[in-house]
Design a protein around this ligand. Sequence first.
Ligand SMILES: *[C@@H]1O[C@H](CO)[C@@H](O)[C@H](O)[C@H]1NC(C)=O
Ligand SMILES: *[C@@H]1O[C@H](CO)[C@@H](O)[C@H](O)[C@H]1NC(C)=O
Length: 311
Amino acid sequence: MAYVKMRWIYISLVVLGALCLYFSLDGLSPFKGEPLVFKNEGGSFLQLPDVDCRQDPPFLVLLVTSSHEQMFARSVIRSTWGREKVVRGKRIKTFFLLGTTPSKDMSRAVAQESQQYHDIIQKDFMDVYFNLTLKTMMGMEWIYRFCPQASFVMKTDSDMFVNIYYLTELLLKKNRTTRFFTGFLKLNEYPIRKRYNKWFVSKFEYPWDKYPPFCSGVGYVFSSDVAGQVYNVAESVPFIKLEDVFVGLCLEKLQIKLEELHSKQTFFPNGLPFTICRYKKIVACHHIKPHNILLYWQALESSLEEECPDI
Ligand SMILES: *[C@@H]1O[C@H](CO)[C@@H](O)[C@H](O)[C@H]1NC(C)=O
Ligand SMILES: *[C@@H]1O[C@H](CO)[C@@H](O)[C@H](O)[C@H]1NC(C)=O
């Protein structure tokens, strides 16, 4: 009898061990503590831009995710598509979103940059890739608290080319004011469960099989009321480190539907070879190095009056 009992204990232990191994490999490990939720921390912006949106509200605010090292990219953006501009009578302003770094030198440099250009929005969280959701939510909070008078917001990245002329034209043509969200639509995306993939998401972090509809995080545009709505619904949505999926979850909860900005593709998250005529009819393109942002922008601006054949 004792032998049979021992055998059962042994088998149970093996089965238990196998289950533990399975769940930990699958990312379903029950030993990781509480599920993550986003918390609106409120106050404590470390850097705030010097703008008063109540007077002369911007038509479009560009929020650019950036990191401490990307000083050159920021300076190029300030002198190209991010320069303060009036297009078709509409004012456009650009700000950069940053977290914090352990490097004292870089922190000091960014504080100085902020004093010089007044275009940096910064809160106290570690500026690492997988804190992008915090960075995006900081941008939403900033719009909600400091600039709800803006008509539209674009959240984009520092390796993007943004054609603010065409974007303004299309937004005016679209003539939407509230609950509007557009970009490069991703309607059928699934979580990647391969552990060593950059985009790996465990079943613990996201237990469902499919992502909600969302817009590629490299550049999306929305009416400014969406910022406050997303900010306020965020605490009741499961937290996921992929910021674009997280915003998608918020929009799903708010029942805000994604829309195309135009009948033709205008957002290019995977890049697009440059020609003047092609770039006149795009809103945003990813994977553009600062040097090329400069070249493309100069080419675009010097040919604004030139006609292109229809493509
Ligand atoms: C994100 O920032 C928080 C607050 O600074 C920090 O505790 C956390 O470790 C960061 N996340 C990652 C993935 O490093
Ligand atoms: C924009 O929409 C409003 C109604 O929401 C309408 O009154 C106005 O005429 C529209 N403007 C244009 C240019 O289509």
